[in-house]
Design a protein around this ligand. Sequence first.
Ligand code: ARG
Length: 568
Amino acid sequence: MLKELEIYLENLLKELGYEEKVTILASSKKELGWYQLNICMALAKKYHENPVLVANKIVEKLDYRFTSVNVAGPGFINFKLDEKYLLDYLNSGLTNFKVFVPNITKKKVVIDFGGANAAKALHVGHMRSANIGEALRRLGVLVGYDMISDVHLGDLGRQAGMLLSEIKKRGEYLEYFDPNFKGEYRSVDYTPTELGKMYASANIAASNDEERMEEVREITAEIDKGNKTYLNLWKQLVAISSISIKEVYDELNCHFDLFEGELDAFKDIPAMLKKVNPYLYESNGAMVMDVKEESDTKEMPPLLVIKKDGATIYATRDLATIYSREERFNPDEIWYVVDNRQSLYFEQVFRASYIANLTDAKLYHFGFGTINGTDGKPYKTRDGGVMQLSTLIELISNLIEEKMKPDIIDDRLNIKNKLTIATLKYADLMSYRATDYIFDPVKFSSFDGKTGPYILYTVVRLKSILNKSVKKDYKILSINSIEELDIYLKITELESVLERSIRDKSLNYITDFLFELASLFNKFYNTYHILSETDETKKESFLGLITIVYNCIHNLLNVLAIDEVDRM
Ligand code: ARG
């Protein structure tokens, strides 16, 4: 609605001979007007006129939708809205969320997020990629983009060498390590948990024993070069470990259209190299590509594509994946939701892709900041180790358990899990995507304040009232108080909140909005008795208010991939 008014105002300005982008601002002093325009000062400067005169010229032309119009100070235009116009808008969005969704040019996007590494535990950084990536995927779907998500599993690299060397060390499945073996290879039988333990012990052994480390390197290089027997064994381990990785992503409500990985890019390497080859040159035995541009102010080293020993690396696989995504999906854009620390790497890979013409898609790295502990350093466990996601989930889960009502018995575990994930997601999406933030478990799991549980607590209230009321299709007939008005004016901002979110690929605008709306609602709830209201028109409007607030919160939580609860 505000967007519609902004376009109307821009056209009106044109009629008056002015050219200017218009933004309607919510005003803090509601008595003077609900909204404010501050364009007149800029126009006055641009067209050498008096700002108050410019304001008066505009005010004279405004149509019936603008009410209580007044010009203040050096040329601010304050106004309210025609009540019927506002009510029609709200009632059209009572149960239809599309009313609040901005109209944006459609596009096809491949979104690359998740990025867990096979056979290794997910750490907190992987959680950020999952939380931000899934929310961006859902936001894209909401605004009508064709979204294709892919996890790009890290299923090649050092961990492959580690695990194979551990199997060899244990003397298990030795046929895979015997070059002269002619018989039938057995299929391996480990559980994901066993693999995790095996990786951990190989890691310790190799870091204390140079010979063992050398073996790990050799096996890794063999796999990267495409050794068939090793790959056969390794792929089975990847499949086992993918089961537990998928469980974690399910817990985090992530949806992947493709569950592909670096291994899947292997087959596309020859075709990719065909395009890249003309730009490769030898450097210390390795094959590299220059990606420097004249305008560069920062260091931009050449991109390593093939190692000295002929092995491929992370970058080779990313280039091949870009080639394959172009061939298969012809996307308009590819989004990478990966840690900020990989930004130079992605810059190199993107430039190489454009130079070798691997894709016409626009490539974007939407990087995220680090999760820090209260000491301002990357979040660690008590003993100083990397914080694994499972440890963090357990920590939050215990805090939630303490706060939940003791009389919730059936379904308690399920509700606790939902509150835990809500805590993590809301906290993780609350700061601007690219900034680091400090993880405060106690603050973030509180049922009060700017937290996931607080929003869910508000949902519990809303749903309980709606469940207790008889009729279901309410209408907002009138606005009777400042508390109601505040809520409705907040809702008029929703369209621009979503627009900013998709523009910046950051969810903080949505978490802010949710908190503001929930707080305003709770203020209203504490002031009025909704179900016992005797004035029927008022009561109907109250229930209309509950319906629209629930509709907004419900759909926004859905974008953030946070599940609702009905008790807590
Ligand atoms: N597996 C990588 C890591 O843990 C992230 C993968 C990101 N995606 C990509 N296409 N490179 O750092």
